[in-house]
Each structure stands twice: as C-alpha cells, then as structure tokens.
Write a protein that binds this ligand. Structure first.
Ligand code: MN
Length: 378
C-alpha cells in the first residue's frame, strides 16, 4: 500500500504537519514508517479516521490519556465503547463546569456585595444611601440564622455503625465509612472539618481556601486507615450563604417553597450509568451494585477526583437535610419532603426520618443532619 508523506497526510486529514508531529510525540497517532536517515514520517491512508478522531477529541478538551483510550477502542471496532467514554467524559466536564459556575457566581456576589442574580440590574449606589432603603432587594443582606440537629442510627441489620454525623452553629457533616476501619475513617474526616466551625467571618477567598484545606486535611486523615474510606457531605454556614462539600453517595437535599431538591450528585457507578443513558433512575434505585462508589475520600491523591464544592444563597425558610444512603435507599423522596416540611424543629425532622428508615427495616446505618434557616429575630 502506498504511504503518504506527512505533508500529503496533513492535506487530506486537514490537520497541520505540526499537529501531526505533536500527536506522534504524544503517542496518539504514530506514523507507520519513519525514514531512519531523514526522520521523515509516513502515514497510511487508513490512519485518516484516527487522525480526525484525535483532532475532534482535542477540540472538546479531552485529556491525552483518555484520547488514547478512546482511539484504541475505536480501532478495535468497539465504537459503542468509544462512545461510552466520550459520554462519560462529557458528563464529568459538565459537572465541573457547573461547579465552577457556582464558584464564579459566589465570587461575583462577594465582589458586588449583592446577590449575584440581582447585581446586574441595580445601578451602582454609595453604601447606605437612604434613598435606597425602600428597595427590598437590599434586605437580602440581612444575616440569617440556622437551627440544626444530627442523629446517627446503627439500623436493624448491621452489627456496627460506620456512619458519623456532626451538627454545630457553622458546620453540618455526614460521613459513611467503608472497609475494616470505616467508622474511624468517617469520624476522622469529620474531625478534620471541625476547624471550619470557628472560621472567622470571612471573605470569599478565605472561605474557599478554608474549605479546600479542610478537605485536604480530611483526605490525609483517612490515609491512616489502609483499605478504608468514607463518603463526606458537609455544609458550612456563613450567615447568608452555604458552602457545600461533597464526595460519595451521601446526599444533601434542600426543601424550598414546598419543593424538595437534591443538591448533590451521587458519585456512584450506577449514577454514572444513568447520566450516560444506560439505566433509568428507577432501574438504578434497585440496582444490586448501586452502592459501588466512583469517588470517595480514601487517602489517595485527589487528582481529577476532587470533591465537589458548591456555594449557594440561603433564604429564610430553607430547610437542608444531609443524609447517608441508609436513608435515601429506603425512604422515598416524597416521604423525605413531607417529613422535612412538617417537622417543627430540626431535631424532630432527623428523628422522624430515622424512624421512617426503621419502618422499612433499616438494612444500613442511617444518618441525618438537618438545618433550618430562620430570620435572626425568630
Ligand atoms: Mn451506607
């Protein structure tokens, strides 16, 4: 078969010779022949498809290692496998973008001193201008207060409780440990977040740095328990906003205006299959492998698997629930919504929810932490 010079191959593939040399260096597209004396690269016509695929994947920002894997699947005639990798990559990219969007909105909010969704609509005003007093949007800067409670229950089947929970004036956290030292790993992760409880009234950058430091500390704390790990879902309260850290399959819910929103995304293999359209949410709920975690705090270096961080505005009347999968697996979201909405206090909510899990046989440890947001005078 006739070989193409790099120039000819560049013309037919519509890639530059420079890009082709780069793909060769990266091991993504090797020329079939390199002249030993001149160093000239030669390509086969049937390498065109792979060249175009590489170019396409580069354009959507896929990391090089993953591009290699996708191309190998494609070359092995596993187009479905290649498609699955691309879909999974894109789901992760969108989740990362959503997390960055939250951070950007939080930063804008901080820089403008107003809720981010309102800032563009208001003219710049000197602070404290009495003419603006009647603008009700200004009242949103009023500090709110939270009431909180947490409870953890061994359940009715497990011999020990590997869940852990914490609730305080600034911090709520739920951890669901696994492995021989799962209970210790979960407790250590929560303990590593405790300094956030005394974080001074902070600027945006301080809060984000403090959160990142806390998660790094938590991951290092878990490293001491070989083969064990934990989920971690935690909220830090700043007086008008909530910062949320999440890794694993524990969950955070928000009840607002009578509607229940799941704030977190399960880091499970089964949820990834739902995201890729390979399972329906109903199939996922009863899937035997539903507890298989994609991400957890396991002490490993966090590259590419960092916990999600979200920031959101709090409103008076908001009710937040953090829970381990021992609750969400057996208690339907409709029941969670009703119980959370009807409870007079956070204590009542968490105890009532745990008893609902017991009504369902409580096959796993069950843990709940709740925070109700109030106007400060309440
Ligand atoms: Mn569990």
């Amino acid at each position: 078969m006739g070989l193409l010079t790099i120039g000819a191959f560049a013309r037919v593939s519509r890639l530059s010779a420079k890009a082709l040399r780069r793909y060769d260096e990266l091991g993504l597209l090797r020329p079939v022949h390199v002249d030993p004396s001149s160093g000239y690269r030669y390509y086969a016509v049937d390498q065109l498809e792979r060249a175009r695929l590489v170019a396409w994947l580069r354009r959507i920002g896929m990391p090089l290692a993953l591009i290699g894997a996708v191309c190998d699947l494609y070359d092995a005639s596993d187009a479905a496998g290649a498609a699955r990798e691309v879909r999974a990559y894109w789901a992760r990219a969108e989740a990362d973008t959503a997390a960055r969007r939250d951070l950007a909105s939080f930063l804008l909010d901080h820089l403008s001193g107003l809720p981010a969704d309102r800032a563009p609509h208001l003219p710049a005003q000197p602070p404290g201008d009495p003419a603006e007093k009647e603008d009700t949007t200004m009242t949103t800067t009023t500090e709110l207060a939270i009431r909180y409670a947490a409870v953890t229950d061994r359940g009715m089947v497990r011999e020990s409780n590997q869940d852990a929970a914490y609730a305080g004036p600034r911090l709520l956290a739920v951890a669901d440990g696994y492995g021989a030292s799962g209970a210790e790993a979960g407790a250590a992760a929560i303990e590593a977040l405790r300094p956030l409880e005394t974080l001074p009234a902070s600027r945006a950058g301080d809060l984000l740095n403090a959160l990142e430091d806390a998660v790094t500390r938590a991951n290092e704390a878990v490293r001491g328990y070989d083969g064990s790990g934990t989920t971690l879902t935690a909220m830090v309260w700043t007086g008008s906003r909530l910062a949320l850290v999440h890794v694993g399959d524990s969950r955070a819910y928000l009840l607002r205006d009578g509607r229940l929103f799941r704030v977190t995304h399960d880091h499970t293999v089964v949820q990834a299959m739902v995201d890729e359209g390979r399972l329906t949410p109903e199939e996922a709920a009863s899937h035997p492998q539903r507890a298989l975690l994609l991400r957890a705090l396991d002490g490993a270096e966090a590259s590419g698997r960092a916990p999600e961080v979200r920031l959101q505005e709090a409103r008076a009347g908001d009710r937040y629930l953090l829970c381990s999968d021992g609750l969400s697996t057996v208690v339907r979201e409709e029941v969670i919504r009703t119980v959370l909405g009807a409870a007079p206090t956070p204590e009542d909510a968490v105890h009532h929810l745990v008893s609902r899990a017991r009504d369902e046989g409580a096959p796993d440890n069950t843990t709940c932490a709740a925070a109700f947001v109030h106007p400060p005078q309440d």
